[in-house]
Design a protein around this ligand. Structure first.
Ligand SMILES: Nc1ncnc2c1ncn2[C@@H]1O[C@H](COP(=O)(O)OP(=O)(O)OP(=O)(O)O)[C@@H](O)[C@H]1O
Ligand SMILES: [Mg+2]
Length: 259
């Protein structure tokens, strides 16, 4: 294992494959994720991204291979993850149900609602909030718990472009305040390049890792930062969506077949 201390890896996936009958969804996926690393996973539709997260969460089994996790995992969904019959505050409180003391629970709830900038929306129901606000509440609920690893499956894809840009900044800010290890599946290559420490590109089905691209830049990042732009070009080229002619600089470096 390269890249430092083995104990630093909170997630180790080895030789993972998944078949659904005769359909091969994932093939021999290897992935190691460091504590508090942000890994974005991109790849064509149907290449097994959701399946991978489902296996990592324990919701589905791998056909072959192994997954080792340190710490609890939690899924954050694309939309409608909130219970519509509960208020924003009550939804976040679900993430705090392991906190025994009522006053402490209340304090942490106020703290989280402040963190997402919605302290006055505790009593609003999900349908009274915008899509972006709902995703913020969803994030607050995820951050409320002790889960070390957040698995996010296209969490912003139901939002419009401007709201997505805002949510990227918000997520970067929230993670700076409450660090977590994140696996973030997205179709949006800009989003991956702007947020991730590492972008893992999967092939068409059966999904395999075809490239892992390091983006060494602190967050929050400008979408137009040269290293972000370069990462976008590199991933597009890897997916066959652009000719591979982008200039190489030091900060964004890729290695094939290895994640
Ligand atoms: N429970 C299942 N039973 C049978 N086939 C499945 C099941 N779950 C997923 N698949 C198939 O496995 C493949 C991978 O599906 P998956 O949903 O993981 O892809 P994805 O990369 O998340 O796609 P998208 O980008 O469209 O969300 C697809 O061909 C899908 O039809
Ligand atoms: Mg999916």
């Amino acid at each position: 294992m390269s890249g430092g201390d083995t104990n630093d890896k909170v997630l180790v996936v080895s030789g993972l494959s998944r078949h659904f009958g005769s359909l091969e969804a994932l093939r021999a996926v290897d992935l190691q994720v460091r504590r508090h690393e942000f890994v974005a996973i991109v790849g064509p539709s149907g290449c097994g991204k959701t399946t991978l997260l489902n296996i990592l969460s324990g919701y589905e089994r791998a056909t072959t291979g192994s997954v080792t996790r340190q710490g609890r995992v939690r899924m954050v969904y694309q939309k409608d993850g909130l219970f519509p019959w509960l208020t924003a505050g009550e939804n976040v409180l679900l993430g705090l149900r392991d906190v025994p003391d009522t006053m402490e629970r209340r304090r942490r709830l106020d703290d989280l609602l402040g963190l997402i900038g919605l302290p006055r929306f505790a009593d609003h129901y999900p349908h009274q909030l915008s899509g972006g606000m709902r995703q913020l509440v969803e994030l607050a609920r995820a951050l409320a718990g002790e889960s070390e690893i957040l698995l996010m499956d296209e969490p912003f894809s139901s939002l419009d472009y401007i709201a997505r840009l805002r949510m990227r900044q918000e997520l970067a800010r929230l993670l700076a305040e409450r660090p977590r290890t994140v696996l973030f599946v997205t179709h949006d290559i800009e989003e991956a390049a702007q947020l991730a420490d590492r972008v893992v590109v999967l092939t068409e089905r059966p999904g395999r890792v075809c490239r892992a691209l390091q983006v060494e830049l602190p967050r929050p990042r400008s979408l137009t930062h040269p290293l972000v732009v370069e990462a976008i070009h590199t991933v597009l080229a890897e997916m066959g969506l652009e000719s591979n002619s982008s200039p190489r600089r030091n900060g964004a470096s890729g290695n094939r077949q290895k994640a």
